[in-house]
Design a protein around this ligand. Structure first.
Ligand SMILES: [Fe+2]
Ligand SMILES: [Fe+2]
Length: 261
């Protein structure tokens, strides 16, 4: 158990996609790796992106109609890239923050492994369309919020799992339906798996956010608004998947605040 954070950092530091996936899925807390020596040897190396996809400004990321094979591949590629980032984000929250209960680290390792699974499902599907991860440009927006919130676990929980990951709950049903409408049944099934698992991830984010708010004697709803402002996070916007958000532990107060009920 004591080396679990070091193993997460070691996986995060890998730039080769397959090595990162293997290292993530292999985290077991038994390697004996030391966090301090890994940090010393690798200071300044984060984030560790593979050579491809090339990273561009969000406005330069192509979008095409999903009625064409290439358009569908671009969509699946974008989703795979989100999952690749999600692996990194879950690894990062696992290693970065000190003095939390063991269960915190175990929860985020579980998330990292599920993100690796999501990535693999999408990459296999992309391969079936004749493309590879890295064939299209991508953007780095998700990692930027991780950078900004690297000094405060509460800000990280508020703005990554509870904002950006929760946004996935809102948009996945629409993407699933779009894929189904063009006959991509396999793609739609993958989106269904992801939606199911992401409810679990947001639940974990909500659990720890509320727990740390309680420890710091902070009002969760008010604090979230303040943190979003302070860190320039995107505001939640309709339409909301209220049912999934409820299942993931958003309170009535929070749903009302974001205009979702
Ligand atoms: Fe995911
Ligand atoms: Fe997730």
């Amino acid at each position: 158990m004591h080396s679990i954070r070091a193993e997460a950092l070691s996986a995060l530091l890998k730039t080769d996609v397959n090595s990162k996936l293997a290292a993530t899925l292999g985290i077991n807390g038994k390697s004996g790796l030391e966090l301090s020596s890994l940090l010393q040897a690798n200071s300044g190396r984060l984030p560790c992106s593979p050579a491809k996809p090339i990273l561009v400004h969000p406005s330069e990321v192509k979008q095409r109609s999903v009625h064409t094979k290439e358009g569908r591949a671009i969509l699946i590629h974008a989703l795979a890239h989100i999952e690749f980032n999600a692996v990194n984000l879950a690894l990062d929250i696992t290693w970065r923050f000190d003095n939390l209960p063991n269960q915190f680290y175990l929860d985020w390792v579980k998330v990292a492994k599920e993100e690796a699974h999501h990535f693999r499902l999408l990459r296999n599907h992309l391969n079936g369309l004749g493309f590879e991860y890295g064939d299209f440009p991508a953007h780095n927006g998700l990692w930027e919020m991780a950078e900004k919130t690297k000094d405060d676990v509460l800000a990280r929980l508020a703005l990554v799992p509870r904002t950006m990951e929760a946004r996935g709950l809102d948009v996945s049903p629409g993407i699933r339906d779009k894929l189904r409408s063009v006959g991509d049944i396999e793609g739609a099934a993958i989106l269904e798996i992801i939606l199911h698992d992401e409810i679990g991830h947001v639940t974990i984010g909500n659990h720890w956010y509320h727990r740390i708010c309680a420890e710091r004697k902070l009002d969760p709803t008010k604090t979230n608004t303040e943190l979003a402002l302070q860190y320039g996070a995107p505001s939640p916007r309709a339409p909301f998947n209220v049912e999934a958000r409820r299942q993931a532990g958003f309170t009535d107060d929070e749903l009302t605040m974001m205009g979702a009920s």
